[in-house]
Design a protein around this ligand. Structure first.
Ligand code: C5P
Length: 222
């Protein structure tokens, strides 16, 4: 096919979605936040007390989960069985549970299937952990983002503080460290850099500089 896929992977809170959104907006590509899908599944599992170790329960739950994106303005608008859950999936209860849910093979198979369908015929930017390795191994552009863990925690803390006044920087740092560990060590498609992914360390880069870096890679292909 001739559509362009830009795969952006990396650690938690590295600015993947900020860059992916800006890039999609600039190029009029579709933006897909794959992490939001795993978060919505985790939310459903929490609400319905799904036992992660019970294979039958997990499979049954997946059959009852219907996710949809509504990309009005290049923000993530995701519905879980027609309910808007975009705000709730960013809260700590989901962040604490999501990496365990995302480690389940059946969950990943279903999400990857849906993600591949979204990138079949359209120009898209998708961010996540396994986009360049598993979902779109043939993506024309692959970025692997990283940044200093302290900077990442500070950025995410600032983002979450308005709605979570009791949260500490330490809480956020711990959550990121926990997810990075879980995501890189799991058996099912662990977070790892694809051989052909370009590393983008944005510790000292502004969002504009990151966008320019990505544009320089994608523009020649259009
Ligand atoms: O991208 P975000 O931080 O919102 O993703 C939440 C979690 O979902 C990650 O920590 C990871 O466990 C899981 N995830 C994944 N594969 C993806 C995207 C997210 O396993 N492609």
């Amino acid at each position: 096919s001739s559509n362009i896929v830009v795969a952006i992977d990396g650690y938690s809170s590295c600015g993947k979605s900020t860059l992916a959104k800006a890039l999609a907006k600039k190029l009029h590509f579709i933006y897909v936040d794959s992490g939001a899908m795993y978060r919505a599944v985790a939310l459903y599992f929490i609400r319905n007390n799904v036992d992660l170790n019970n294979h039958d329960q997990v499979v049954k739950a997946l059959e009852h989960i219907h996710l949809n994106f509504h990309s009005r303005d290049y923000q993530t608008h995701i519905t879980l069985n027609d309910e808007e859950v975009s705000a709730e999936i960013r809260q700590m209860p989901v962040s604490d549970k999501v990496s365990a849910v995302a480690a389940i093979r059946e969950v990943r198979q279903e999400m990857v299937r849906q993600q591949q369908r979204m990138g079949k015929s359209k120009n898209i930017v998708m961010d996540g952990r396994d986009i360049g390795t598993v979902v779109f191994p043939n993506a024309q552009v692959k970025l692997f983002m990283t940044a200093d863990p302290k900077i990442r925690a500070e950025r995410r803390y600032k983002e979450l503080l308005p709605t979570n006044p009791d949260m500490t920087l330490e809480d956020v740092f711990e959550n990121l460290a926990h997810r990075d560990y879980a995501d890189t060590t799991r058996e099912e498609s662990p977070l790892t850099r694809a051989d052909d992914a370009i590393i983008l360390d944005n510790t000292d880069l502004t969002p504009e500089e990151q966008l320019q870096f990505a544009l320089d890679l994608v523009k020649p292909l259009i």
